[in-house]
Structure formats: C-alpha cells, structure tokens
Design a protein around this ligand. Structure first.
Ligand code: FES
Length: 113
C-alpha cells in the first residue's frame, strides 16, 4: 500500500471542553467523522484534518467548532453548532467555501509568530 502524505489545507476542530461537551459536542464530532469518513486526528484524502480543541472561552455560544484555513491563515469559529450544521458546514468547505455563519476570529495566523 502506498503511503502518500496528505497536504492539509483545512482543519476542523470540535471543542471538547466541559461546557461544550455538556451541550453534546460529541455528537458534532461523530457527525464530522461520519461525513468526512475519518476519525478524530485523521485527515481526508482531499486535505481536511479533523481534530478536537480545548475550551476557547466562548462557552455560552457553544458548542463551538473552529475552522483553520491553512492556505490563507484565517481562523473562523462557528457557534451554537449541532450535527446537522456540522454536515452542512463540511459540504460548504468541500466546495471551497467557508460557511456563512462562521465568524472570522483571526486573519493570517502565521503573522502572529
Ligand atoms: S467548553 Fe467549548 S468554548 Fe468553552
């Protein structure tokens, strides 16, 4: 079997902080895993990495999901997520778009270093 390194261009992180977990973020992660066909910590062949993340301090707006565009360096947060919204967001991402309800929180994170 050929082991090709995948070029990651999008990273999706589902919050697994305590408050988001109480708001059932595990079902959002499960839907993302099902929709992408990978497990948490793995990447799809088209370069989408699925991860979890620590609390972002936005608990009241949770469950929260972060999108990191490693091509542009932009970081987005999606609030009040649920499994259906997660599947819809992935559909947008796979067509090259950022979901309209995603909030830009950091422009070109690479300039922060
Ligand atoms: S627990 Fe998810 S933002 Fe705080």
């Amino acid at each position: 079997m050929e082991d090709k390194k995948v070029d990651i261009h999008i990273e999706i992180q589902v919050c697994h902080g305590e408050r988001c977990q109480k708001n059932l973020s595990k079902y959002i992660l499960e839907r993302a895993e099902h929709t992408l066909g990978v497990q948490q910590g793995e990447a799809t062949k088209d370069g989408i990495l699925l991860n979890n993340m620590h609390c972002q301090g936005k608990c009241q707006q949770g469950p929260n999901v972060k999108i990191i565009n490693h091509t542009t360096g932009n970081i987005y947060l999606m609030h009040k997520m649920d499994p259906l919204k997660m599947a819809e967001a992935i559909r947008h991402i796979r067509t090259g778009n950022i979901p309209s309800h995603a909030v830009l929180v950091n422009v070109n994170y690479r300039e922060d270093f």
